[in-house]
Design a protein around this ligand. Structure first.
Ligand SMILES: Nc1ncnc2c1ncn2[C@@H]1O[C@H](COP(=O)(O)OP(=O)(O)OP(=O)(O)O)[C@@H](O)[C@H]1O
Length: 309
């Protein structure tokens, strides 16, 4: 058995002349949560569809749970779960009816069905609402039901495509707790997101832009090896200072965060504080300039060019 749940080499998908996924190489370790981080349209959903076998690559090879796709896709179906961005269960059916339907699709016998559904209703705190129509649930409840449905057959590998885009931060936090519970049972999870805080929770992740892999590794590795320095600047006239700094070749990006500017500076500048001080026009009163630890957002900006102004 391979140590990786997913191995993709040179994975490419074109739609006509347009390349949605461009030569993607990734290895997803078993039993971990792996993230796809990237802006809208960067190819996250297309990549997930390629890795589930729903879409055929134009080029490249994919091995998922030791099966070669698309050749062995049928054998993969019962071993994976897939939760899409959009709620895709039956709105007219109750919570319980939806779960029963899914259980029948996966061929569970009556006894196993009843046992597993009760278990899921309890884990996802849906038991008191079991008779409620899915269409009338809140965003957070719908998302819990969708996760219950996607994991009903205890898949070895779970694909989640932007699962929390429609829920509040509290529900997101609880959702992630459930993901770690699922991971703890030995399942692998691949989750796509455009939220930095979600990406930071992953064991490792890939940063995608325009269909290409820009960086991958653990969040800590990515932050450590960023190849740029982050400096915070406080003081008067931050908007004007931002204008000045943005013009400089050695500045990757400048963003205001409250009473500070967060400035990403190319690594070739060895003394970023002294260098930055020298760039600030005399009449501007910059009180404090300090080097700070990079965040995942800094890594993202640095390797994708997002936020470059
Ligand atoms: N069937 C298709 N035909 C033509 N173009 C497509 C098709 N599916 C996706 N694309 C294009 O491929 C690109 C990547 O889309 P994809 O949905 O994979 O991005 P994404 O990162 O998941 O974005 P989002 O977060 O907005 O869902 C987009 O430009 C999209 O318009």
């Amino acid at each position: 058995m391979s140590e990786y749940a997913i191995q993709a080499k040179g994975l490419t998908r074109k739609f006509g002349d347009f390349t949605a996924v461009d030569n993607l190489n990734i290895n997803v370790p078993r039993g971990k949560i792996y993230g796809f981080l990237g802006p809208n349209g960067c190819g996250k959903s297309t990549s997930i569809r390629l890795l589930t076998g729903l879409l055929t690559p134009t080029q490249g090879s994919v091995n998922v749970l030791d099966l070669d796709l698309p050749k062995q896709v049928e054998a993969l179906r019962l071993r994976i779960g897939y939760m899409t961005q959009k709620f895709s269960l039956y709105e007219q059916l109750s919570i319980e009816e939806n779960l029963r339907f899914i259980a029948q699709v996966f061929g569970l016998d009556r006894h196993a069905q009843r046992k597993r559904i009760e278990e899921l209703l309890s884990v996802y705190e849906l038991d008191k609402r079991r008779k409620q129509r899915a269409g009338s649930l809140s965003g957070g409840q719908k998302q819990r039901l969708a996760l219950a449905a996607a994991t009903l057959h205890k898949p070895e590998l779970l694909f989640l495509d932007e699962p929390t885009s429609a829920v509040d931060p509290q529900n997101r936090r609880e959702f992630w707790e459930r993901l770690f519970d699922i991971c703890d049972t030995g399942s692998t999870i691949l989750v796509s997101t455009h939220y930095m805080d979600e990406a930071e929770r992953c064991h490792s992740l890939a940063i995608l832009e325009a269909g290409c892999l820009r960086a991958d590794g653990t969040p800590q590795q990515l932050m450590q090896d960023m190849g740029a320095k982050v400096v915070e600047v406080g003081g008067e006239g931050l908007r004007q200072l931002k204008e000045v700094l943005t013009q400089l070749d050695s500045v990757i990006s400048v963003a205001q965060q409250g009473v500070h500017l967060r400035v990403l500076i190319k690594d070739l500048i060895t003394e970023p504080i002294a260098w930055l001080r020298a760039q600030v026009p005399e009449q501007m009163n910059t009180r404090d300039i300090k080097l700070v630890r990079p965040s995942l957002e800094d890594v993202f900006v640095n390797c994708t060019g997002e936020g470059r102004q």
